[in-house]
Every structure is written in structure tokens, then in C-alpha cells.
Design a protein around this ligand. Structure first.
Ligand SMILES: Cc1cc2nc3c(=O)[nH]c(=O)nc-3n(C[C@H](O)[C@H](O)[C@H](O)COP(=O)(O)O)c2cc1C
Length: 231
């Protein structure tokens, strides 16, 4: 399998879609404030039912980033259990989702030389989430707790816009549900309103082109597996 070309910026929508991947190693290169702002301004052109625009974003940089990192890492290192306010995953995984989930996990761990059952190394790799994979920018996305499933659907479109616009700007991202379970630790570092539920976190920055974890190629089911053409 060829090494993905992570350099450069996306020139077309297709290019942005197919070069977007969840990266897990970033350089310290700063992200220009105007570039970052434009990504979020344009991402907010996402559609939403009756134009409700359910997204609320907390961009983390410098001391803001450091505070959230420190608070979540403290909880994680103290083995505070993951406890999300809204379930992202099913209580019990089942096929075909279980196999897909296992495969991406093992593929990442085997790239990193982490053997099955090596809980310590797995935990250390998972911990990288809370360091925002060393990127200079992080984000915490929240939604009003009284909003419904439709608004979560709208939210996904907004998040995808952020990730695709990042590609156009030569940036990469990693969306992170890992943060949902540490909303209490996030709250102690960020002035979130009580009505705000953490949807996910996201790392934003420039790809570390030498990191083995960034060579992960995830698979997709074939067109025939997920599409039924009628008529
Ligand atoms: C909402 C959401 C949450 C995710 N949470 C995490 C996470 O916490 N940590 C992580 O490393 N990857 C996370 N991912 C990345 C997925 O593992 C990834 O999208 C999937 O394996 C497909 O790979 P690709 O994004 O590189 O195409 C998340 C993705 C989404 C959409």
C-alpha cells in the first residue's frame, strides 16, 4: 500500500473528501488565526433543519489548550472512567460494526508495534488524544442538551465541513469522541454552560509527515455492500 500524500492542500471537493483522514500526529506549526476563523465561518454554511445552527465551538490555543489538556490528562491518568452524557456508541457492539471497529483498532496498533493485550501501550496511545496529538489547535464542540436527534445530524454536516475546509487550507484533523467521556474535566478548565453537552473534540493542525501512525489507511465497505439500487 502506498504512503498517503498528506502534504499540500485540497483543490477540489473530491480531493478534500478523499484526502481527509483522521491523523494522529501533528507538527507544532502554528495555524494562522484568519485561516482558522475562515474555516469556521464557512463551515457554518452547513445546512440545519429550520436553520437552527445547533453548533457551539470552543477553539483551544495556547493557554486555553494547555488548560484543557492538563485537566483531561489528569482525569485520564487517575483512571477516571469514560462517562459520556449522550451515548455515541451502542452499549453492545454487533456485526458488521464490531469487526470494523476491531480492524481499525488493530491496524493502528500493529502499525505502532503495539501487540494485542498490551494494555499499557494501548492506554498510552489512547492518551495521545488528550494531548491533541501535539497539534497547536484543538476544539471542543457542544450542543444544547434539549436539542434532538435531527440537530445531531445537522452537527455532523458542520463537523465534516470543518474537516474538508481544513483540507483546503492544507490542514488536517482528527475528530475525537474520546473527549465526550471527560466532559467534567473539560468543564473544570472551560466555562461551559450547564446546557452544553460535549459532542466531540477535534485536533486541527499540520500533518507530521514522518509519523508512522499517519500512514494508517482505513477501509470502506464496497458500493454494493451499502447501496441498494431500486428500479
Ligand atoms: C465523531 C467521531 C469521533 C471520533 N473519535 C475518535 C477519537 O476519539 N480518537 C481517534 O483517534 N479517532 C477518532 N475518530 C476517527 C475514526 O476512527 C476514523 O474516522 C475512522 O477510523 C475512519 O478513518 P479516517 O477518518 O482516517 O477515514 C472519530 C471519528 C468521528 C467521526
Amino acid at each position: 500500500m502506498t504512503h498517503p500524500d498528506l502534504s499540500g492542500s485540497a483543490q477540489t471537493v473530491t480531493d478534500a473528501v478523499v484526502t481527509r483522514r483522521s491523523l494522529r500526529a501533528f507538527t507544532a506549526q502554528a495555524v494562522d488565526d484568519d485561516v482558522l476563523k475562515a474555516i469556521f465561518v464557512n463551515a457554518a454554511r452547513a445546512p440545519s433543519g429550520t436553520n437552527m445552527q445547533p453548533w457551539r465551538v470552543h477553539i483551544l490555543k495556547n493557554d486555553g489548550l494547555a488548560k484543557v489538556k492538563a485537566s483531561v490528562l489528569e482525569a485520564y491518568d487517575a483512571d477516571v472512567p469514560f462517562e459520556a452524557e449522550e451515548p455515541y456508541y451502542p452499549d453492545k457492539f454487533f456485526e458488521p460494526y464490531l469487526s470494523r471497529r476491531r480492524k481499525v483498532g488493530w491496524d493502528l496498533y500493529s502499525l505502532m508495534g503495539i501487540e494485542r493485550g498490551d494494555k499499557q501501550k494501548m492506554k498510552a496511545q489512547h492518551r495521545r488524544n488528550f494531548e491533541f496529538f501535539d497539534a497547536p489547535v484543538g476544539a471542543v464542540f457542544t450542543i444544547h442538551r434539549d436539542l434532538n436527534t435531527g440537530s445531531w445530524l445537522d452537527y455532523g454536516m458542520f463537523l465534516q465541513n470543518v474537516m474538508l475546509l481544513a483540507r483546503e487550507a492544507g490542514l488536517h484533523t482528527c475528530p475525537q469522541a474520546a473527549f465526550c467521556g471527560y466532559h467534567k474535566a473539560i468543564r473544570s478548565a472551560l466555562p461551559l454552560d450547564q446546557v452544553e453537552v460535549v459532542v466531540c473534540g477535534m485536533t486541527i493542525g499540520y500533518a507530521d509527515l514522518n509519523a508512522i501512525e499517519n500512514t494508517l489507511q482505513t477501509e470502506r465497505a464496497s458500493f454494493e455492500e451499502f447501496v441498494t439500487v431500486h428500479g
